[in-house]
Design a protein around this ligand. Structure first.
Ligand code: ADP
Length: 399
C-alpha cells in the first residue's frame, strides 16, 4: 500500500510518498508560497534528484494538483495514476482533549479541528483548509487520516497538565498543558525501546526533541506522563526564536513599560526570543555555536542557557518518574550537535552514566552515546514523524 503524508501550513505544504511495503520513501517535496500565485513553486525530490517548477498556487487545491502532477508526470514520475495512492495521512497540530490517537477524517473530525483553532490559531485553520482541499482534489473515496501533535500527551495526569491559575480558566477556556511534537516523542521512544531490546512499558525514558522548536517528554509505563510544551508550543525551555517558560510577570511588566499590545508581546516571545533574542545573531544553533566559539559572549551565553535548561528538565523528569533508564536526543540539534549533547550529558551524568565521546562525535545517526556499562542508556535516534503518520494511516485504513 502506498500512502501520501501531508504536513500543511498556511502557505506551504510538505509531502512524503511512502511505500508501506518495506516502509520505503518513494518521493517527497514541498509546495512553497501558497496564496502568492506569482511566486509559488513546487520542489519534488525522488532519491537524489530534485525537480523544481513554478506553478501558480492561489490555494491548497492547486498545491495538491501540483503534487499529483509531480507524482504522475514528467521526470519525477513515480506512479502511473493517482489510484495508486491508497490513503492520505495529515499532520494536525491541536487535537485538544478530544483526540488521544490518530483518527479517520470524517465531517465531525473536521468540525472538531475547526473548533480547536481557538487553541491553535496559527495551525489548525491551515490544517483544516488543507484537508478540505485534499478531499476536493482526491475525492471522497480516498481515506484520509489525521495524526495530532498533541495526541501522545493525552495520557499526562491532571497534576501535570494543570497550571496553577484559577480552575475556572480550565473550565471556561480549556487552559491546560497539551504538549506538542507528540508524533516525534512517540516515534523515538518506541524506536529507542527496540534498540534497547526492551518493552517500552519497562523503561523510564526522557525524550529530548531539540530542533528549532524544542520539547522534552517523560515516558513511564509506556505512556507520556509529562512534557515541556504547554497550552501552546511556547512553554518549556529556550528554543530557536521562542522564549520557553519565563516569569509571567515579565510580560505585563514589559507590556506596560513599552506600551505594547498582547499580539506584539506574543510575537516577541515567539519570534524574537530564544537563541536569537539572547545572541542577537541567529536562531540557528550552528551560527550561535560558531559565534560563541569565536568569542562572542552573548552567543556563548545563548548556547549555555539552552543546554542548561535542557539538563534541568531532564533532572526534573527523572524526579517526576522516580528515576530514568534512558535518555533520547532527536531533532536537528539533538541528532547532529555533539556540543549540545556533551554539555547536557555532562550536567546529568550524576543520574548514572558516562558519555562515550567517540560515539557522541557522530552526526545524524542512530547510536548509543553512553558507555557500555552505564545504568542509564543515552541514545541519539533520528525522528521520522512522517513515517509514524503513514503507519497510523495504514493501521486505521486496514481495520
Ligand atoms: P524544526 O524544529 O524547524 O523542524 P530542525 O529539527 O530541523 O528544526 O532543527 C533545526 C536546528 O537544528 C537548528 O538550530 C540547526 O542549527 C540544527 N541543525 C540542523 N542540522 C544540523 C547539523 N548538521 N549540525 C548541527 N546542527 C544542526
Amino acid at each position: 500500500m502506498k500512502i501520501l503524508v501531508i504536513n500543511a501550513g498556511s502557505s506551504s505544504l510538505k509531502y512524503q510518498f511512502i511505500d508501506m511495503n518495506g516502509e520505503i520513501l518513494i518521493a517527497k517535496g514541498v509546495c512553497d508560497r501558497i496564496g502568492v500565485p506569482e511566486n509559488s513553486n513546487i520542489e519534488h525530490k525522488v532519491g537524489d534528484k530534485k525537480f523544481s517548477k513554478k506553478i501558480a498556487m492561489p490555494t491548497h487545491v492547486e498545491a495538491f494538483e501540483a503534487v499529483i502532477d509531480s507524482l504522475t508526470n514528467g521526470e519525477g514520475k513515480v506512479i502511473n495514476d493517482i489510484s495508486e495512492i491508497s490513503a492520505i495521512g495529515h499532520r494536525v497540530v491541536q487535537g485538544g482533549s478530544i483526540y488521544g490517537e490518530s483518527v479517520l477524517i470524517t465531517d465531525k473530525v473536521l468540525t472538531d479541528i475547526d473548533e480547536l483553532a481557538e487553541l491553535a490559531p496559527l495551525h489548525n485553520p491551515a490544517n483544516a483548509q488543507a484537508i478540505r482541499a485534499c478531499i476536493k482534489v482526491f475525492g471522497p473515496d480516498v481515506p484520509q487520516v489525521a495524526t495530532f501533535d498533541t495526541a501522545f500527551h493525552q495520557t499526562i495526569p491532571e497534576k501535570a497538565f494543570m497550571y496553577g491559575i484559577p480552575y475556572e480558566y480550565y473550565e471556561k477556556y480549556n487552559i491546560r498543558r497539551y504538549g506538542f511534537h507528540g508524533t516525534s516523542h512517540r516515534f523515538v521512544s518506541k524506536r529507542c525501546a527496540e534498540l534497547m531490546n526492551k518493552d517500552l512499558k519497562d523503561v523510564k525514558m526522557i525524550t529530548c526533541h531539540l530542533g528549532n522548536g524544542c520539547s522534552i517528554s517523560a515516558i513511564k509505563d509506556g505512556v507520556c506522563v509529562d512534557t515541556s510544551m504547554g497550552l501552546t508550543p511556547l512553554d518549556g525551555f529556550m528554543m530557536g526564536t521562542r522564549s520557553g517558560g519565563v516569569d509571567p510577570s515579565i510580560l505585563t511588566y514589559i507590556m506596560k513599560k513599552d506600551n505594547i499590545s498582547p499580539d506584539e508581546m506574543n510575537s516577541i516571545l515567539n519570534k524574537k526570543s530564544g537563541l536569537l533574542g539572547i545572541s542577537g545573531i541567529s536562531n540557528d544553533s550552528r551560527d550561535v555555536i560558531a559565534a560563541g566559539e569565536a568569542g562572542n559572549h552573548r552567543a556563548r551565553l545563548a548556547f549555555e542557557m539552552q543546554n542548561y535548561q535542557v539538563a534541568k528538565f531532564i533532572g526534573s523528569y527523572a524526579a517526576a518518574m522516580g528515576g530514568v533508564d534512558a535518555i533520547v536526543f532527536t531533532g536537528g540539534i539533538g541528532e547532529n550537535e555533539r556540543r549540545s549533547r556533551k554539555y547536557v550529558c555532562e550536567m546529568v551524568e550524576f543520574l548514572g552514566f558516562k558519555l562515550n565521546l567517540e560515539n557522541n562525535d557522530t552526526s545524524g545517526q542512530e547510536i548509543k552515546i553512553s558507555s557500555e556499562d552505564s545504568k542509564v542508556q543515552v541514545w541519539v535516534v533520528p525522528t521520522n514523524e512522517e513515517l509514524l503518520i503513514a503507519r497510523d494511516t495504514l493501521e486505521i485504513v486496514s481495520k
